[in-house]
Design a protein. Structure first.
Lengths: 881, 149
């Protein structure tokens, strides 16, 4: 039972009290709706409804406009108290009017006032309850529990509906309405208790104080500037148009069915409210959470118009009380359980500081404005349209109803189309939201202007040099020192070549002389043949200072042929001149054969990272076909930039030599460590789609298993009370696996989105993580969402395991000793070293022989040293005594 | 390998213990264990006798000292008239800022009790950061937290 509830530890009190509040308030309003509707229809009939709608819209617009201003002044909590006391006062007043003999144009004003009050107060209640309850939960909690909390409205409705029949047979309508009036006071007390007992999970965001007019103009401007909000407003308008037509229709149906019988209509409505709430409760508690967690917001939004279409088609064919009830249920109850909570989730694509404002503006002011427009249109249709001859059950009631059905039908067809366009817009808006806080995305948009650049001489900025400005390139290279020039040469080879080709021999020689060793004058001349240069190399290749000059001369004078002539002799270059050799080879993109390539690979990973990078760049043009096998052991190197180059190199090799099978064979040959796996995936993702398709599902399932296993091991270690490097590394590994799994989906996201999403999901800032989760769920990657969410939401591995759906633990280890033994056998030398450390610390002498065996294992980076250290610390109990 | 042989080994920290010890340095608190492993590889551990001077006030230095065991006295003033301003025990870390500031030492550090110290050279750390930029990110995060704190 506990696992079925979405409520987690620490959430019980706010969830419970908010639900209690909703039960009380909805118990009251269930009787309020039924009685006020029956009284109104009895007095004026359905034909007067458009006028009432217009009045409701006007009051609603007023309330919607004042809402953000008052909330801003009072804050969420004080506003709620104010609102509930105000509701109490207005309902009391209308009840007193109802009891009085006062009559305007033959009708009691209390009947209108309380009917209108119901809708206007309900509108404010819905908006504010959403904003208010957000204060007690973080966004993920909120998304999980909000639907559950709203389920309480149905409990209140069922109780209210059940009690209405017996109450109306014993008391007058006006007396029964006391329940509605007093429910506001009881609700205020419950909220007070909640505020006293629980602290808010999030600080309520308060905007700078704005006037009523400013608020409206800001809202309109915001909508007109954002395509997303524009389309959202259109959806809202269509929702309201269709909703109003449905309300008109079922009220017309009710008036026909219960003409002159207000009490019978009240009792029917009571029963209807009770049954509808019961079904809606099921929808809210079972269906809605399933839909929200398994489908994206855009997909769930399609359900409402789709069902509306079905209901409307039924209503055209059969126009009887069950059809009326179905329409009412769909418009009021299904919408409140699924459609409206889902609609408000769309606004999560807005920045947090604008979310509350637009929720209030759109659901409050704009929706009432649309209501007003629709109401006026309905008045015009009802007042001035001629009656059409009847040609179906439905159409028998005249033009207004038929117009309503057709308009609803057409609008929903349009709405369906609109939803599809809205989906992509919603995703784009969420990506933009994350981008807004993503440093790398911001940096990429930043461009150094020529003016800014001319003030910098740092080589760090060469990457951003405005190479299109040829004049700046020429003047900068002409006066720059050699170190700067060679750096430039590597980063912008085409630009450098273009510059050298534009120089005269004299200019080249001057530049060379200015940038070379004094002794160079003895070896180099303004003009030299290839053979002369080959001879110079033979003389200077062991002289550290001069060999650099040799390579710079080759670059400056474009002597590619000299390098080809020298071939494998180039490997005799003194180590200090190695960097210059590599730069020169990279500039001319010389294809190295097997000897040179293997020679480089032997040296590459012993060099500093900068030289490694250059060397890998040179190997890009290598003709050696089995380069991948020699590169694979270096996939786990810690530097990300080197790993990226290795991937580029391998992809290049596969494209050139078509060695896909060799690649797979190399991958399957052994079990790879975490950093190596990342390199492998990056490599696989660069392959052709056919090659990828055969591999990625296999990798996905493998990583999922590894992730679950890693979490399971972590839970065992934590249960054993460990908190050492092994635990920390496993926690890090969990994140690594999640990133790897995410990486497998790279091609299903638009360029750059996955990187932004990844940084968002693993951000240290909670709010950014939630925004990233929202984007992930909007992209309909259900499997990915289900997998990642528990890791971001829960801290304890045991809790995470409980919440990992469809991923059973397939780990044979059940004790600390078994986990440690498993680590000792695995490929990852860091884990092995950590495990040996844990064994030594925990004095697990049972591992003595295994550790001793490891101490003899050569070629292991850390384990041998760790094993020796561990053996020194493992003291048998008798000796330690 | 016999049980007794182990007694000669294990006085010094092993590589994983260094990784764990570095977690105590607030500058590296934001780094993961694998990143700290890279730093641990360039750390050296030394045993110092009473009276040995770790560094002199005024001299340039870019080393970080993590006291693993023992007591180090922090003194200000010239050798003859130096005044003890603090005593640092095991787990204390001295010179975090000098890793990056390059300013002269503002105090003299003298070993008061036989100590074991983990040294980290600024120059080597800079080299490491150049090759593994992910380390600098963690260091920056720690510095920002300190500035905000």
């Amino acid at each position: 039972m506990k696992s079925l509830l979405p409520v987690r530890k620490g959430e019980g009190l706010p969830v419970g009290l908010l639900m209690l509040y909703l039960i009380i308030v909805n118990f009251g309003s269930a009787s309020g709706l039924a009685i006020s509707t029956s009284l109104l229809l009895d007095q004026v009939g359905a034909r007067a409804l458009p006028y009432v709608f217009v009045a409701i819209s006007l009051f609603g617009m007023l309330a919607g406009s004042f809402y953000p201003v008052i909330v801003n002044r009072l804050g969420n909590r004080r506003f709620y108290q104010f609102f509930l006391w105000f509701s109490f006062a207005i309902l009391l007043f209308s009840n007193l009017l109802l009891r009085s003999e006062i009559s305007i144009v033959g009708h009691n004003p209390g009947v209108f006032l309380q009917y209108m009050a119901f809708f206007v107060l309900l509108m404010v209640e819905i908006i504010h309850f959403h904003n208010y309850s957000r204060e007690f939960f973080n966004p993920v909690q909120f998304k999980r529990v909000y639907g559950f909390i709203l389920g309480a409205t149905k409990f209140g409705g069922i109780a209210g509906g059940l009690s209405l029949g017996p109450l109306l047979t014993s008391y007058s309508s006006a007396d029964v309405l006391w329940i509605w009036i007093l429910s506001n006071l009881a609700g205020a007390i419950v909220l007070k208790v909640l505020e006293d007992r629980s602290s808010p999970a999030q600080k309520a965001r308060r905007r700078a104080s704005v006037s009523l007019v400013d608020g409206i103009s800001q809202g309109i401007q915001g909508i007109s500037r954002s395509p997303f909000l524009k389309l959202f407003s259109v959806l809202l308008f269509l929702d309201i148009l269709i909703g109003s037509l449905m309300v008109y229709q079922f009220n017309e149906g009710l008036a026909h069915s219960f003409a002159g019988e207000p009490e019978a209509m009240g009792i029917f409505l009571g029963k209807f409210v009770c049954i509808a709430n019961l079904v809606a409760l099921f929808l809210q508690l079972v269906v809605a959470p399933y839909l929200f967690t398994n489908f994206s917001v855009s997909n769930v939004a399609l359900i409402f118009p789709a069902f509306s279409l079905i209901v409307l088609l039924i209503s055209i064919g059969v126009w009887e009380l069950p059809t009326v009830a179905l329409l009412m249920f769909h418009k009021d109850y299904f919408a409140s359980a699924v459609h409206l909570p889902n609609r408000s989730l769309f606004l999560n694509a807005l920045p947090p500081e604008r979310r509350g404002f637009f929720l209030g503006f759109l659901e409050g002011f704009a929706s009432q404005f649309f209501n007003l427009l629709v109401g006026i249109a309905l008045i015009l249709v009802v007042s001035f349209s001629p009656d059409l001859p009847a040609f179906s059950n439905l159409f028998s009631s005249g033009f207004a109803t038929s117009f309503a059905s057709l308009a609803a039908f057409l609008s929903f067809a349009y709405l369906l189309l609109l939803r599809f366009r809205f989906k992509s817009l919603h995703e784009r808006e969420l990506t933009e939201l994350l981008k807004r806080r993503d440093v790398r995305a911001l940096r990429n948009e930043f461009q150094l202007s020529t003016q800014e650049f001319s003030h910098f001489e740092s080589s760090d900025l060469i990457e951003f040099f405005p190479v299109k400005n040829k004049e700046l390139v020429r003047s900068q290279l002409q006066q720059a020192k050699r170190a700067w020039c060679v750096e430039f040469m590597i980063l912008h080879p085409h630009c450098y070549r273009e510059w050298t080709l534009g120089l005269s021999n004299q200019q080249r020689w001057d530049h060379f002389q200015w940038n070379s060793n004094n002794k160079s004058q003895d070896y180099f001349k303004m003009e030299m043949s290839d053979q002369e240069l080959v001879d110079v190399f033979e003389t200077v290749h062991k002289k550290a200072k001069l060999v650099g000059d040799f390579y710079y001369y080759v670059c400056l004078y474009h002597k590619r042929s000299v390098l080809i002539q020298l071939g494998s002799k180039l490997m005799t270059t003194t180590p200090k001149g190695f960097e210059d050799l590599l730069r020169t080879l990279a500039l001319f993109q010389i294809s190295c054969g097997e000897t040179l390539s293997r020679g480089f690979l032997k040296k590459v990973f012993l060099q500093p990272v900068k030289i490694q990078r250059l060397m890998l760049q040179v190997l890009k043009w290598s003709s050696y076909s089995r380069l991948i096998i020699d590169l694979a052991p270096y996939f786990e190197i810690a530097s990300p930039s080197i790993r990226r180059l290795v991937v580029e190199l391998c992809v290049n090799q596969i494209h050139r030599h078509g060695d896909f099978d060799l690649l797979i064979e190399t991958y399957r040959k052994r079990s790879w460590s975490l950093p190596a796996l990342r390199t492998w995936i990056e490599l696989f993702l660069e392959l052709d789609s056919q090659q990828k398709d055969s591999l990625l599902p296999e990798l996905m399932s493998e990583f999922q298993k590894r992730l679950v296993r890693c979490t399971h091991r972590l839970s065992i270690l934590k249960e054993a009370g460990l908190n050492d490097a092994l635990v920390e590394s496993l926690e890090q590994a969990q994140e690594h696996y999640l990133r790897l799994i995410l990486l497998l989906y790279r091609n299903s996201f638009s360029t750059g989105t996955l990187e932004i999403l990844e940084r968002g999901l693993f951000s240290r800032q909670e709010s950014i993580r939630y925004e990233a989760l929202e984007l992930l769920s909007a992209t309909s990657k259900r499997q990915l969402c289900e997998l990642i969410q528990p890791f971001l939401e829960f801290q304890e591995p045991s809790e995470i395991l409980e919440n990992l759906k469809n991923l059973p633990v397939q780990s044979p280890e059940v004790s600390l000793e078994e986990v440690l033994a498993a680590f000792l056998e695995e490929e990852d030398d860091f884990f092995r070293a950590c495990a040996i450390n844990t064994i030594a610390k925990s004095q697990l002498i049972g591992f003595h022989d295994t550790v001793e065996a490891l101490s003899h294992r050569s070629g292991d980076f850390y384990s041998q040293e760790m094993a020796l250290d561990c053996l020194g610390k493992l003291v048998p109990s008798s000796e330690s005594c | 390998m016999s049980w007794q042989a182990g007694a000669f080994i294990g006085v010094m920290l092993n590589i994983i213990e260094k990784v764990e010890a570095l977690a105590k340095v607030s500058l590296f608190a934001q780094l993961g264990a694998r990143e700290r492993l890279l730093i641990a590889l360039i750390c050296t551990e030394e045993e110092l006798a009473v009276g040995e001077i770790l560094c002199q006030q005024g001299e340039e230095g870019d080393e970080l000292y993590l006291i693993l065991e023992g007591v180090v006295s922090v003194r200000i003033g010239s050798n003859e008239e130096s005044k003890e301003v603090a005593r640092m025990g095991s787990g204390s870390c001295i010179g975090e800022m000098s890793l990056f500031s390059g300013k002269p030492r503002n105090a003299t550090l003298v070993v008061e009790e036989k100590s074991r110290i983990l040294f980290l050279s600024g120059v080597m750390l800079h080299e490491l950061i150049r090759d593994y930029p992910q380390i600098s990110l963690g260091v920056i995060q720690s510095l920002v937290q300190r500035l905000e704190g």
